[in-house]
Design a protein around this ligand. Structure first.
Ligand code: AMP
Length: 218
């Protein structure tokens, strides 16, 4: 499979997007651009922007579209994104989708993937989710690091995300249903959407996604 693909990955919070996007980005040799990871990194650095972003994130609220479009425009302009990319967590609203398409032009993305997991399943997954505070690697109570709660990859502490509380999760799922889910229809109408069942073993899901993408992009 050639590199140079431009993929957009959708899925409810806790659908396993982060885990699957890491694998997909490796498979196609393109950068994994996660707006959530970028905002968490800015928050950890303690920049003025990062601290403002953290207030939205901790409340489970989306940042304003104009700010996010600025973030993504800057990121897609970097040299490593010139040959393709994988977007995780963007676009999230109709305004972001319109802004992205006008930034990229009509043929700007190859395929959108909807990683489909029912709401009751994701609520259980999110409450068990743990992430590395250093590199963002994802673990869970069912699949912890090998040595205590320190990351297998970088050795930093593995913690629960501040926005993985029940209240914040409910706010985020409502935002997904209201603002992000309608975007699926938009991509579907343009024949740019594949839906993949996101329930099951991560390796099986990765194989399903790979097969679906290959079938569409050859
Ligand atoms: P995620 O890791 O994708 O679940 O994102 C975590 C949080 O970052 C979200 O709940 C929002 O507060 C913020 N965020 C990430 N991506 C976006 C986006 N495209 N638009 C607005 N807010 C975002």
């Amino acid at each position: 499979m050639s590199d140079g693909v431009r993929l957009i990955v959708f899925g409810r919070q806790g659908a396993g997007k982060g885990t699957q996007c890491v694998r997909l980005a490796e498979r196609y040799g393109v950068p994994h651009i996660s707006t959530g990871d970028m905002l968490r990194a800015a928050a950890a650095e303690g920049t003025e922007f990062g601290l403002r972003a953290k207030e939205f994130m901790d409340a489970g609220q989306l940042l304003p579209d104009d700010i996010m479009l600025g973030v993504i425009e800057e990121r897609l302009g970097r040299p490593d994104a010139a040959q393709g990319w994988l977007l995780d967590g963007f676009p999230r609203t109709p305004g972001q989708a319109e802004g992205l398409m006008s930034l990229l032009g009509d043929s700007g993305a190859d395929l959108a993937i909807d990683l489909d997991v029912p709401e009751d399943v994701v609520v259980g997954r999110i409450s068990a989710r743990r992430v590395c505070s250093g590199c963002g690697a994802i673990y869970s109570l069912a699949a912890p690091p090998a040595q205590g709660w320190t990351c297998d990859k970088c050795g930093a502490d593995v913690v629960q995300r501040a926005d993985d509380t029940e209240e914040s999760v409910r706010t985020r799922l409502a935002a997904y249903n209201e603002q992000t889910a309608p975007l699926l229809a938009w991509f579907g109408e343009r024949d740019m959407l594949v839906t993949v069942d996101g329930v099951g073993d991560p390796d099986e899901i990765a194989a399903r996604i790979g097969a679906a993408v290959d079938a569409r992009l050859g």
